[in-house]
Design a protein around this ligand. Structure first.
Ligand SMILES: Nc1ncnc2c1ncn2[C@@H]1O[C@H](COP(=O)(O)OP(=O)(O)O)[C@@H](O)[C@H]1O
Ligand SMILES: [Mg+2]
Length: 268
């Protein structure tokens, strides 16, 4: 059962962004509710990364606004987004291979006690965090280089949760993963939803999108091209919104039905 509150935790209203001659985003609207997974999909160049960077304060929008729990907010730099409670996990992970899991989870936010690193407490909290998220890692004291791609991705996502965000943005979290590892990451996305977080999942993979998302927002050429409730929408409908194709399974079926109707008409 999908539980969705009325006020979105995060909303974008009329967001536009231009890079010189390129209009990357035009009047984009988007809503993410607590306890909701929204997939953001679109072809290469559709504006997904630009939208993520605008939300994350990395590259703010030119026009439009962000709303947080229904209130307008300004996000001009990454720190503003973090302060609100927006965590972003980028595609390139940014984990340090030579550091262990604890070192990566607390990288830049190390716990200290009397001026020295409190390794015991960081290790305790790491175990606790991974266990509440049902993340299985052989040891929190092994370098992340020795983990599988799926385990690395779950560590990166777990790290983003240490700041106790309300919204987590995942940029192509399963792009480089096999079936089993993808399942681990998608399970974690389910855990995030159970914790009432809003999740914005950027993905190219329709199977992943259908497996975990409640709604799908399609961007095409920098504009909204439909928002769909996954349980009520076929894959073909989503794909045709992405490609903007007029010739696809759905339109062919409609054309066929129309043709049959007119043929029947003539025979009468
Ligand atoms: N820093 C930039 N400078 C110039 N053009 C950019 C920049 N970033 C993105 N663009 C352009 O904006 C459009 C949207 O790109 P992007 O957001 O990366 O799309 P997506 O992530 O959906 O593939 C593309 O036409 C891209 O070339
Ligand atoms: Mg991109």
């Amino acid at each position: 059962m999908i539980h969705v509150s009325a006020t979105p935790v995060l909303a974008l209203r009329g967001v536009s962004k231009r890079f010189g001659a390129v209009q990357a985003l035009t009047d984009v609207e988007l809503e993410v509710h607590p306890g909701e997974v929204v997939a953001l999909v679109g072809d290469n160049g559709a504006g997904k990364s630009t939208l993520v960077k605008a939300i994350a304060g990395v590259s703010p929008a030119d026009e439009g606004r962000l709303e947080w729990n229904g209130e307008p907010v300004s996000v001009d730099k990454p720190h503003d987004a973090q302060e609100l409670g927006i965590a972003t996990v980028y595609q390139d992970l940014a984990l340090c291979d030579n550091l262990d899991v604890v070192g990566n989870l607390f990288l830049g936010n190390e716990l200290k006690s009397g001026g020295i690193l409190d390794e015991v407490e960081m290790e305790r909290r790491s175990r606790e965090l991974l266990s509440t998220l049902s993340i299985r890692i052989p040891s929190v004291r092994i370098p992340v280089a020795s983990l599988s791609g799926g385990q690395r991705q779950t560590v990166a996502i777990a790290r983003s949760l240490l700041g106790e965000p309300r919204v987590v943005i995942l940029d192509e979290p399963t792009a480089a993963l096999g079936v089993e590892q993808t399942a681990q990451v998608l399970d974690l996305v389910e855990r995030l939803r159970e914790r009432e977080l809003g999740v914005l999942l950027i993905s190219h993979n329709m199977a992943d999108v259908r497996a975990v998302s409640d709604r799908v927002a399609v961007l095409r050429l920098g504009r909204n091209n439909g928002t769909f409730t996954v349980s009520e929408t076929s894959q073909e409908e989503i794909v045709s919104a992405i490609t903007g194709a007029t010739d696809n399974v759905v339109t062919r079926r409609n054309a066929r039905t129309a043709q049959q109707a007119s043929t029947t008409e003539v025979r009468k």
